[in-house]
Design a protein around this ligand. Sequence first.
Ligand code: PLP
Length: 396
Amino acid sequence: MISMDNNSPEVRHPITMTSQTQYSIPFNRSSVIGRELDYITEALRIGQIGGDQSFTKRCQGLLEQVLQVPKALLTTSCTHALELAALLLDLQPGDQVIVPAFTFVSTANAFVLRGAWPVFIDIRQDTLNMDEAQVERLLTPRTKVIVPVHYAGVGCEMDVITDIASRHGIAVIEDNAHGLFGSYRGRKLGTFGSFSAQSFHETKNVTCGEGGALLLNDAGYLERAEILREKGTDRSRFFRGQVDKYTWVDLGSSYVMSDVLAAFLFGQLEVWQQIQDKRRRVWEYYDRQLRDWARERGIRTPIVPPHCDQAYHMYYLLLPSLDQRTALIEHLKRRGILSVFHYLPLHLSRMGQKFGGRPGACPVTEDVSARLLRLPFYNTLSEFEQERVVAALLEF
Ligand SMILES: Cc1ncc(COP(=O)(O)O)c(C=O)c1O
């Protein structure tokens, strides 16, 4: 069985090339959807393989226009976008950051790298998002940031979270790794926090293998964000002709994506609606076919509140017990279908325990983590393949 713990992060594409042959329906499969290869060839032909060149600008422009944000900056990953956000907020050792216990390690790690202390919050039973009703109880004078994660691309209760944050003078940084193009009460996910972090990792709806973006909803941070992203130099200003040489002016690191990857990404981004439509059909097919079967067996299917337009990032089942989940993974595996579980409770990881995480502290996370199963879900999943997955499930 596939192993997963918080030291070997989330099983996002959990099979090696050799073990993949074991599965005729993998959990994830990357694919070329649009003009990705033409654009890569173009980037190579015009000799633009470094960062911040024409394809990066086209990707950023598209994100800014579709999401209506003042600025998008491509980064090497969502993890790095979160690190940039933590740097921009000037977090100091001992500052506290509220993060869900049910998330990927980077949601916490990006802040821990700055010396901050992660305060783990449990999740809601229905959406598996941060339980906004518990935020206020966790606030202290040292709380500086709340980091909502829109799990499976379904929006957190942003009305409540942003209201608490503004009343207490706390920043909100959205980890929108799952939620690109989803909305909450008609507003796009990723546009609520001061910053938000996107992922273009191979398991995401829109991908370039490894990549991310920082969205800045407050243009006041733009100049510094450019500097921190360019190794702490004012190189972006130099390229715009605003200074005649560039130099070291602040902290920073190397967070700029190569234009070769941006070329691939643009090929996907420009057909984002086609990708989302396809994923909606995949999600709805699973839901239609499995809902009654699941209900009769005490299996929970995803809950999407009416005020959330989800991003169709994944389809999961909550089995009645860990044993049943293990049995179902085995049952599907015997039929050549790879299904996977998801995050282990972050507060119970080795690092999480160093920050005070204890069993029982986030009971919903602990329970859900043991019972959740993700079904194969990718942009080219065919109806025939989905029929096979559903038939295998109905046999269980
Ligand atoms: C919620 C969440 N945040 C952050 C990340 C990290 O993304 P990346 O691999 O682009 O750094 C992931 C990875 O899948 C994730 O699920």
